[in-house]
Design a protein. Sequence first.
Length: 244
Amino acid sequence: MQLLSERAFGVVVPSSNRVVERTTEAIIGKFTGLAACYARIPLWANGSGQPADGYNVAALDDAIEMLRHAEVELICWNGTKGAGIGFTPDREFCSAVKERSGIPMVSTALATLDVLKLLGARKIAIVSPLPRANINAMSVNFNKQGYTVVGQLGMDLLDNFAFSTVPPDAIADAVRSIHEQSKPDAILIFNTNFRGLSVMAPLEAELGIPVLDSTAIGVWAALTAMGTDLTPAAALGSLFTVAP
């Protein structure tokens, strides 16, 4: 009997999320011998379930332990919360998970900073399902990291589950609108319960700048941390043409 040789990474998903698994599978389906394993953590549609200013690492132990059983190489926290609370909590979160489990961890928010740097994008615009106040907080934190947020477009939704119900066409229209208004170097489709993967490449061809879906950025972070050749996913967007 010939045994299968398959590499795997773990993904931590907010419990009210409908998008992360589907986006991840759409991307890794481009690769052979690669799998993702998923664990959910409490995040109700109203945002409760995690502290407002960080993460309850102890409460995540069961999820991390279940992923460890699957012998994953690393874990991805595929959520954008870190951008709204200053990025430092994500660094501390990743360090705490590594210390408690022995498994390296990457995060979507931190990987976004890496991707923007690799693409040379300094002026960015953000499209999000969230209200203006939440996007303002993210913008302040991106500005502190050396990026200038020149445009914001929110949809004033507060229900985390509802983010997943926004059609890709509506997301694409929002991206076109903010591009016309602000002329950024790159546009972030910034929420991991937002269905942005399918519009990345078409919008990049139309607008001539990087359009970056945050959920895809989380997958990019896992793949690059594993040393994966991204070429099979290059047609999905410029995100998959850059590597550290």
